[in-house]
Design a protein around this ligand. Structure first.
Ligand code: FE
Ligand code: FE
Ligand code: MG
Length: 166
């Protein structure tokens, strides 16, 4: 734990660590949802969808890296057990029982919209009291916004393609 780094945080650090552990749980679940989605997805445009899901999985893992590093800087302990992920998560986990491309895209779009809310609210909470966490949340938020748009664009392409083939 960095002493001065923690001193300059002008907010309740324990509450902040708790919020960060909730976000960390979301990131691991998002990582796996993308990763397993890329394995099982079936249907038109499968290859383009697999490429995007796989890339997003690695980006969610990078978010987990950033969030856990921040927890440690604040003197906290990153969530230690996968069992905790489902208890702490804001966004939950939806198993891709239905392997069809559009269903998997829809599930992940929902997840991204939840992630956008999580980091947007983290920005509001840290704006005055913790510029370092604020800066981290801003970077992650920008990427979640990109993820949502990538998936919605894929869904639109899919709809246009299916329309044309009728
Ligand atoms: Fe993420
Ligand atoms: Fe994302
Ligand atoms: Mg992308």
């Amino acid at each position: 734990m960095g002493q001065k780094g923690r001193e300059i945080v002008k907010m309740n650090v324990d509450e902040l660590i708790n919020l960060l552990n909730k976000a960390l749980s979301d990131e691991w679940l998002a990582y796996y949802q993308y990763w397993i989605g890329a394995k099982v997805v079936r249907g038109p445009m499968k290859d383009a969808v697999i490429a995007e899901l796989t890339l997003h999985a690695t980006e969610e893992l990078a978010h987990a890296e950033l969030v856990s590093t921040r927890i440690i800087q604040l003197g906290g302990t990153p969530v230690l057990s996968p069992e905790e992920w489902l208890k702490l998560t804001n966004c939950g986990y939806e198993p891709p029982f239905n392997h069809y491309v559009e269903e998997i895209l829809n599930q992940n779009i929902k997840g991204e919209q939840c992630a956008i809310n999580v980091y947007n609210s983290m920005l509001n909470i840290t704006r005055e009291g913790d510029p370092v966490t604020y800066n981290m949340a801003l970077g992650i938020l920008a990427q979640e916004v990109e993820h949502e748009e990538d998936l919605q664009a894929l869904r639109e392409d899919l709809e246009l393609m299916l329309l044309k083939s009728k």
